[in-house]
Write a protein that binds this ligand. Structure first.
Ligand code: G4P
Length: 539
């Protein structure tokens, strides 16, 4: 097969959700369809249970499991589908944000009872920034949930995206009868049962077919009314709108009962984009180019201090990745070669000889690779779109053992490279400020610094709530601002200046008082893709 055929065979996506909406269950059902696993419960996903803080090692263990399921590939109708797993736990949201940079589309799972939850909103923001195409799966229809039209309104409002139902439920909870496929005009009748693969598909000839009344009783009249409304309110479905990330098609079902999943999968296969072009700092890189390129979006460390190796996850963007071949590590300006590149299948990883755009390769690394690194066949460019996002909790890292400051320095640098936390350095006194999205990471850091590097530390909470990267048309403006606000300025890992705000309100005040400065919520603002705090409002 040539490269073009390989690319046209692939679809790479992530399933995202608020914890407990059903991501793990849905992943498992998709793998069942792909024949990759043969029984439910076989996916030891990196589902991180709600665990007490002191149990963070348990969480790390569970994260360890995630290496095996970081990518799950299966074949379906001649296509190779790569599902990139994302941690459900909110404290590891940064991991998920970065994984989203390595996919071509997303399936978002929403709990029909709970609607659009906090984590869903945040993840969708990242999708919208990148115009990632999104399909929504409304799950748990076997429970008494929100009314479908209400839910559609809520999704549009909270997720800030247009929705277009492609299936529609008949009843819910104990009265759930099935879903109607608005495109094919088929009716799928619901029969509970966890491990079913086949759905009871009823071919009806349009909504007026008397069989509809026969099978669904009083639900038939409601369905006719609903369908009329849907067509009036949402109009026709435009595939281009989906591919450009403007409209999210919506499916209803119950992952646990394997209901509505085949519908979702079949539409996904048809609609979801193949690996597409990626932006670099020099040019747009087309997947069909002959020469290989790719970037690292995730690093997983070996927690065993005797083995310092880590696994870097590389998304192939163009050309052909090959085992034992020399590639250029653009940041370090040197040649690198990998003797044991892995592909990841559910529960199994195996050494591969080659990989193609859309694939994710696991690379053993002894410290050369960090998140955002680009590998090429010689050309000098760096992929964009792997930004840091504003952390939400900030603490100063204080060395608790002055004899071990070198170890602390090395440890924290490496942990930052893994993307576990963000490190900011304040010029004033070389203060180290750690930013995270969850409290859990502070425990993980203290433990790992001690265990893997022999360093002791403590954390002192800082009164900040937001970090904004800054640019200014006139360098003087920025210089002036930074001088005046010295206490609240630090530098990120790439020496970009960052402003720490105590609150959203404070940030808004600062923004309005400093029109010459542009504040950004992410670290990547040079070629677009960043969210401007100024224009987006600081919400
Ligand atoms: P997550 O990965 O998004 O965190 O969610 P997960 O799939 O683990 O599902 C969370 C809970 O919701 C699980 O129950 C799961 O069985 C249940 N669930 C998933 N899909 C459906 C559905 O369609 N209907 C209903 N009623 N429940 C569903 P649990 O009790 O927390 O875990 P478990 O003991 O079943 O694994």
């Amino acid at each position: 097969m040539n490269i073009a055929e390989e690319i046209n065979k692939r679809k790479t996506f992530a399933i995202i959700s608020h914890p407990d909406a059903g991501k793990t269950t849905l992943t498992e059902k998709l793998l069942l369809f792909g024949g990759r696993i043969h029984e439910a419960g076989a996916v030891k996903s990196n589902k991180i249970r709600k665990t007490a803080m002191s149990d963070f090692m348990e969480i790390e263990k569970q994260r360890g499991i995630s290496v095996a399921t970081a990518v799950m590939s299966f074949e379906y109708q001649g296509l190779l589908i790569n599902i990139l797993d994302t941690p459900g736990h909110k404290d590891f949201a940064e991991d998920t944000y970065r994984t989203l940079t390595a996919v071509d589309s997303v399936i978002l799972v929403v709990d029909s009872v709970k609607g659009a939850e906090e984590q869903t909103e945040k993840l969708m923001k990242v999708c919208r920034m990148r115009s990632t195409p999104v399909i929504i799966f409304v799950n748990k229809l076997d429970r008494e949930g929100k009314r479908p039209f209400e839910l559609m309104d809520e999704l549009e409002e909270k997720l800030d995206i247009r929705v277009r139902p492609l299936t529609w439920p008949l009843g819910m909870g104990s009265m759930f009868k099935g879903v109607y496929n608005l495109m094919e005009q088929n009716l799928y009748l619901f029969t509970p049962g966890k491990d079913r693969i086949e759905e009871d598909r009823l071919l009806i000839k349009g909504l007026e077919d008397p069989m509809l009344d026969e099978k669904t009783g009083s639900h038939a009249a409601q369905l006719r009314e609903d369908v009329g409304l849907i067509e009036g309110v949402y109009g026709s479905f435009d595939e281009a709108d989906y591919r450009e990330g403007r409209t999210a098609p919506v499916f209803f079902g119950s992952a646990l009962n394997n209901f509505g999943v085949r519908e979702l999968l079949e539409t996904f296969i048809r609609l979801a984009p193949h690996p597409g072009p990626r932006e670099s700092d020099m040019r747009s890189v087309d997947p069909y180019e002959e020469k290989f390129s790719g970037f690292v979006f995730k690093i997983h460390a070996n927690l065993d201090p005797r083995h310092r190796d880590r696994i870097a996850f590389l998304r192939v963007c163009s050309g052909r990745f090959q085992k034992d071949r020399f590639f250029r590590h653009v940041r370090l300006g040197k040649q690198v070669r990998f003797a044991t590149p892995y592909s990841f299948m559910a529960q199994k990883k195996s050494i591969i000889d080659e990989a193609f755009p859309g694939d994710v390769v696991g690379l053993y690394d002894r410290g050369d690779l960090k998140i955002g690194d680009t590998l090429t066949e010689g050309e000098e460019f760096t992929f964009r779109g792997i930004p840091s996002f504003s952390p939400e909790i900030f603490k100063e890292l204080v060395n608790a053992d002055p004899m071990k400051s070198k170890q602390l320095e090395k440890g924290i640098t490496q942990l930052t490279e893994e993307g576990l936390v963000q490190l900011f350095i304040q010029e004033l006194g070389r203060r180290k400020i750690i930013g995270t999205v969850g409290e859990l990471q502070f425990d993980v850091i203290a433990y790992r610094l001690k265990n893997e590097y022999g360093a002791s530390c403590r954390f002192e909470r800082l009164p900040f709530a937001r970090a904004c990267w800054m640019t200014a048309e006139k360098p003087e403006d920025l210089k002036q601002f930074m001088k005046y606000r010295e206490q609240q300025i630090a530098y990120d890992r790439d020496s970009n200046p960052v402003y720490f705000a105590e609150s959203e309100w404070m940030l808004n005040t600062i923004i309005s008082k400093n029109p010459g400065i542009v504040f950004h919520y992410t670290s990547e603002f040079k070629t677009g893709g960043s969210e401007k705090a100024n224009s987006a409002g600081a919400a």
